[in-house]
Design a protein around this ligand. Structure first.
Ligand code: ADP
Ligand code: FBP
Length: 329
């Protein structure tokens, strides 16, 4: 029988985290559980920076981006002393469980605390990157795609008007999910992301060839390349400069950056966040431990936290093939 649970948001914030906190608090209240919210991710846990969360505290937050609990990365949790301290605080506050809304890094943090903690640990995937195994989508991904699309569509207007080549850099530290999805939905002519193989300096033929082909044989005037961050030595601005030199044509870069993390969550993220937040609390009452609450084929499922970090989550191979063989031709 659990009575008190803690909740925190950790790592890159994602639109829909507030909707998830709301679902956690409302569901916990329905099961007569007390909820304590830690501020600033694991930092709040280590520093005992927390607040009691009641249903009235989560009123009208479902539509807001960011997170009312704040998010952060926490260096101290990478140390043995840090994880022991985290477990000690959980025991001190008599918390029977901790619910972590974050990405695979945050779940590694939970796994590090586990050997020292007597209570239950459960994760809910919240990251725009959608790079967590064990769930079709993570909270925030759908909104980030729409935000990126809004920007890329606007860039298309000016690219068309000036007949320019544009590089648009999108987020995703280790995964091309955002880049592939936004690139497909925007009708980008070319996509550069880790899963498509590396692009090396001074070996730009794989990038330049398709541009020339599109210009000469297809009469393309504007040309948009979406690029995942960290895809090129020196970054996307350097890539734009190198392409300009090779082609002898102006090529501009636009770094979308943290704009992708903000904004009102779209409906799909609010629904996913509500479902997974509620499901995670219910599963805690059934004893779930070291699990992530994910969604596969529209079904809420539990998935071992230890396997969420495998970084093997595949981007859609059908869309990859279509993009490489048909759209980039
Ligand atoms: N191996 C680890 N051991 C302990 N804590 C970790 C570990 N990996 C990540 N964390 C904690 O989780 C936090 C968030 O992880 P990060 O990878 O930055 O974001 P995300 O959870 O969105 O993937 C880190 O700042 C750190 O506090
Ligand atoms: O805001 P920061 O610390 O610069 O981090 C940027 C990174 O965070 C993200 O937005 C989200 O990543 P996580 O959810 O894994 O933390 C990445 O796409 C990006 O590389």
């Amino acid at each position: 029988m659990i009575k008190r649970i803690g909740v925190l948001t950790s790592g890159g914030d994602a639109p829909g985290m507030n909707a998830c906190i709301r679902a956690v608090v409302l569901t916990a209240s329905a099961y007569n559980l007390d909820v304590v919210g830690f501020d600033h991710g694991f930092n709040g846990l280590l520093e005992e920076d927390y607040q009691t969360l009641l249903p009235q505290h989560v009123q009208h937050i479902i539509q807001h981006g960011g997170t009312i609990l704040k998010s952060a990365r926490c260096k101290a949790l990478h140390t043995e002393q840090g994880v022991i301290q985290a477990a000690a605080v959980l025991h001190k506050l008599q918390l029977d469980a901790l619910l972590i809304i974050g990405g695979d890094g945050s779940f590694r943090g939970a796994l590090a605390i586990a050997p020292h903690y007597r209570g239950q640990l459960i994760g809910v995937p919240g990251t725009i990157d959608n790079d967590v195994d064990g769930t079709d989508f993570s909270i925030g991904f759908a909104t980030a795609i729409d935000t990126a699309l809004d920007a890329i569509d606007k860039i298309r207007d000016t690219a068309d008007a000036f007949e320019r080549i544009f590089l648009v850099e999108l987020m995703g530290r280790h995964s091309g999910y955002i880049t592939l999805s936004a690139g497909i939905a925007a009708g980008a002519e070319q996509i550069i992301c880790p899963e498509f193989g590396p692009v090396y300096k001074n070996q730009l033929s794989s990038v330049i060839g398709p541009i020339q082909h599109a210009q000469l044989l297809r009469g393309k005037t504007s040309y948009i390349i979406v690029v995942a961050e960290n895809s090129y030595p020196g970054g996307t601005i350097a890539l734009a400069e190198d392409i300009s030199i090779e082609l002898g044509t102006e090529c501009r870069a636009c770094i979308l950056g943290h704009i992708q993390r903000g904004g009102k969550p779209v409906g799909a993220d609010r629904i996913l966040a509500t479902k997974l937040g509620a499901y995670a609390v219910e599963q805690l009452t059934h004893g779930a431990h070291l699990m992530m609450a994910g969604e596969i084929n529209q079904q809420a499922v539990l998935f071992p936290l230890a396997q969420t970090s495998d970084k093997k989550k595949q981007i859609d191979p059908y869309l990859v093939r279509w993009q490489q063989q048909i759209a980039s031709d």
